[in-house]
Design a protein around this ligand. Structure first.
Ligand SMILES: O=P(O)(O)O[C@H]1O[C@H](CO)[C@@H](O)[C@H]1O
Ligand SMILES: O=c1cc[nH]c(=O)[nH]1
Length: 232
């Protein structure tokens, strides 16, 4: 049965789903990597496709931006469509100076200033961490192909434009690689709903340098190859 936010029929999604924020990146991923992609949902312009990759069923569904939007789609995929593994394929703002535009990151943890999971366990601040198996397979893909992947913590921010005390200097000091807006929700919802999760991202901007929207939409091949290898 369709959900309030997804019009796909039961069985329309594969157990493995890639999730970019941007609906047009979802379309490009399906058209570039999938065999026989078909559109399975487009409620609110949030595009979802299912096809195969090297014969295995796989889907892609956009999430929109921010933890609340991501959490809606990830929860509905798990509860209504039986999804077992989700890899977010996002863009990231680098905060460590050694990172370059286009570098691929796997988030070994996601710090956040969101209150989304406050109160899930009274008096406990939860750690938001990936599936070890998916992370290990992504790293192994880098070792086998020679493609670089940085592994470390991200900061999942509730805002794109700041608006409070600047946390970035202390986050840099603590070894945080970059900033996104959904990874902590992915990891938290995965633990609650019982699916495996990994956050992969491509660096789209760093202080003084940024990609335009078209480049952010289209530059994803390395990141998606890591994601598909982790799901193999
Ligand atoms: O490119 P996506 O996957 O949307 O990811 C990043 O880009 C958006 C902000 O521009 C946020 O969603 C952030 O997490
Ligand atoms: O959340 C994000 C994503 C990309 N770049 C940023 O600066 N922030």
């Amino acid at each position: 049965m369709a959900t309030p936010h997804i019009s796909a029929a039961p069985g329309d999604f594969a157990p493995d789903v890639l999730m970019p924020g941007d609906p047009r990146r979802a379309k490009l991923i399906a058209e570039t990597f999938f065999e026989n992609p078909r559109l399975v949902t487009e409620v609110r312009g949030i595009l979802g496709y299912t096809g195969t990759y090297r014969g295995r069923p796989v889907s892609v569904l956009a999430s929109g931006m921010g933890m609340p939007s991501f959490a809606i789609y990830a929860t509905e995929l798990a509860r209504h469509y039986g999804v077992k593994r989700i890899i977010r394929v996002g863009t990231i703002g680098a905060i460590q100076p050694f990172l370059e535009l286009g570098d691929v990151i796997a988030a070994s943890a996601a710090h956040t200033n969101s209150a989304m999971t406050d109160g899930w366990v009274p008096q406990v601040r939860l750690s938001h961490a990936p599936s070890f198996d998916l992370l290990r397979k992504a790293v192994e893909h880098g070792e086998q192909t020679g493609k670089k992947i940085h592994v470390g913590p991200l900061f999942t921010s509730d805002s794109f434009y700041g608006g409070g005390p600047d946390a970035v200097p202390a986050l840099i000091e603590l070894g945080t690689l970059g900033i996104d807006m959904e990874a902590a929700a992915l990891y938290a919802i995965a633990r609650r709903e019982g699916f495996e999760a990994l956050m992969l991202g491509t660096i789209s901007d760093k202080p003084g340098e940024e990609w335009p929207a078209e480049k952010r939409e289209a530059t994803f091949a390395d990141m998606v190859s890591f994601a598909l290898a982790a799901l193999a």
